[in-house]
Design a protein around this ligand. Structure first.
Ligand code: DI6
Ligand code: FE
Length: 407
């Protein structure tokens, strides 16, 4: 939308079905014939059209012709900044190669590390923009981006700077997460504890000092780091006042979700192998379960996240693309919702809350993901009648218009 919109101008959308995602009841908080007003980038009113106060009703307004308005979508887990691609590995695996064979021939995360270290910040931005644009084209207004393909201070900082600078060329909110504890860089081969010391003593303090990260993440897994090693990273994050989240229980159950909960993590992500004790700990800590069906699908995982346990315990579920070159080259939140429904049996309401309200919570944000007075006026206006249409179609984009900060 035009930049010439006066920031303080009142903007009003009328004649819309509005899925506010607000209120205490589970469900979408649907208003059938709704209207929404915003000023200064924030919502000032949302309610039934007929009951809109005169000061808003008399303003010039946009007729939504019955379209559905949802909050702008929130992708709360991506590794969007990388260089090159790993389509060659995909072909090798289709030809029968295992992950180990791919890794031994120079592939895997380490190949992305090699490419990213060689790329300039400008190159990273240029390669990332088409992926970001794909998310934006489907209504995303907030996108989280992790580092984790740099694995040294300079390259992790370059990644996070590139991520932050994306918001200078696009009307989108970017949240950055330091994921230095993602994999073991080649120069530390055989010395995971030594690398964790590097993360804790050098990388994390420098990133925190530069204010480059909004949160700290880790990969707790046999092929990555142990719960004890992740705990060292979390202690350091805590010392710098940074919230934590965790790639937990993706391929095995090392108690990652419970560890995350112990640190009051914003979220535990993947969580396929999380057990009842882990889910209960998450519920007590208010930790969001971030489900990543794209990775589940792409690596042909068969163990599904314990959705029934999360429901029973009252753990909020978010869903995200996990966009990354190795296990989830996915840039569609609409398809992610379809996968969460089809593969994990989430309901339509759970899917939509998972890319709005609960995704915002997984990022520690309380002013997006919900349409209510005081919240950001980030909207997605859809050419659909029923919310279910956003979840059931595959490869079709019914976005009519995306509004970021009322513009
Ligand atoms: N879990 C994953 O599935 C990805 N990272 C992670 O922590 C894998 C990333 C890659 O293969 O590049
Ligand atoms: Fe991930």
């Amino acid at each position: 939308m035009a930049d010439d919109v006066d920031d303080q101008e009142l903007r009003v959308w009328r004649n819309a079905r509005i899925a506010t995602m607000a209120g205490d009841a589970p469900g979408l908080g649907l208003i059938e014939r709704g209207a929404l007003a915003a000023r200064g980038g924030r919502i000032v009113h949302v309610g039934v059209d007929d009951e809109m106060p005169a000061e808003y009703r008399d303003a010039r307004s946009i007729d939504c012709e019955g379209r559905l308005i949802t909050p702008g979508l929130v992708d709360c887990h991506t590794h969007l900044v990388w260089a090159g691609n790993r389509a060659n590995e995909f072909e090798m695996r289709l030809a029968g190669a295992s992950y180990e064979e791919v890794a031994r021939s120079g592939g895997g995360i380490v190949s992305s590390v090699r490419s990213l270290r060689q790329a300039s910040e400008e190159q990273l931005v240029a390669e990332t923009l088409p992926r970001l644009d794909a998310l934006i084209a489907e209504g995303a207004t907030t996108v989280e981006i992790k580092s984790g393909y740099g694995l040294d201070l300079e390259s992790e900082a370059k990644t996070l700077r590139a991520a932050r600078s994306l918001a200078e060329t696009r009307s989108v909110s970017i949240r950055t997460t330091l994921l230095a504890a993602h994999a073991l860089p080649p120069e530390f081969a055989g010395d995971k504890d030594g690398y964790i010391s590097r993360v804790v003593d050098e990388i994390l303090p420098a990133i925190a000092a530069e204010g480059l990260a909004d949160a700290v993440d880790g990969f707790c897994e046999g092929i990555a780091f142990s719960p004890e090693q992740i705990a060292r990273v979390f202690d350091a994050a805590r010392a710098f006042g940074l919230p934590v989240k965790l790639h937990a229980d993706q391929l095995s159950n090392l108690g990652g979700a419970a560890l995350a909960a112990r640190y009051g993590a914003l979220s535990a992500d993947h969580v396929e192998y999380t057990d009842e004790a882990g889910a209960a700990a998450m519920a007590r800590a208010g930790t969001v379960a971030v489900l990543l069906p794209g990775a589940f699908y792409f690596i042909r995982e068969t163990k599904k996240p314990p959705v029934d346990l999360f429901r029973a315990q009252g753990v909020p579920m978010a869903i995200a693309t996990d966009c990354n070159p190795g296990t989830s080259p996915l840039t569609s939140l609409l398809l992610t919702m379809n996968m969460a429904a089809t593969l994990f049996r989430l309901t339509v309401d759970e899917c939509l809350l998972g890319v709005t309200r609960h995704a915002a919570r997984a990022l520690g944000l309380d002013d997006v993901g919900v349409l209510a007075p005081g919240k950001m006026a980030d909207l997605a206006i859809w050419n659909v009648e029923r919310p279910a249409e956003l979840v059931y179609r595959m490869g079709f984009n019914p976005l009519h218009q995306r509004i970021w900060r009322a513009k």
